[in-house]
Design a protein around this ligand. Structure first.
Ligand SMILES: [Zn+2]
Length: 120
């Protein structure tokens, strides 16, 4: 009878108190270890110092541009949509497609040309 009661006591104290103490010692896993595919490549690029791996940050337009000296538009594809804020106080953005190999002129007179960048 004494043997039976000690087994019940041991199993009834095991579950939560032990696991809670172990969780307090562990840290959260590093996101890079769980990431795969594009997310992992993006995290690795950020570790390497590239904070804009998809070239999605806004680029300040040159003050003057011409067909011979257009604003560069980085892209890993054959075309990209570009938004031009034509005037400083403009309340809208002029959107246009820029295609590979062909400089594109905005309605305000600025020129844009696609520049190939390797995909991530
Ligand atoms: Zn414009």
């Amino acid at each position: 009878m004494a043997l039976l009661s000690s087994r019940i006591f041991f199993t009834s104290h095991r579950p939560l108190s032990v696991s809670a103490a172990r969780l307090a010692d562990k840290m959260m896993a590093d996101p890079i270890e769980h990431a795969t595919g594009k997310e992992k490549r993006e995290l690795l690029a950020q570790l390497a110092g590239n904070d804009d791996p998809y070239h999605s940050k806004a680029i300040k337009r040159m003050s003057t541009s011409s067909k011979a000296n257009p604003n560069p538009v980085p892209s890993a594809f054959d075309s990209r949509i570009v938004g031009c804020i034509c005037e400083e106080d403009a309340t809208h953005i002029k959107w246009m497609w820029v295609y590979k190999g062909t400089p594109t002129r905005c309605a305000c007179g600025h020129w844009f040309q696609l520049v190939e960048k390797p995909p991530l």
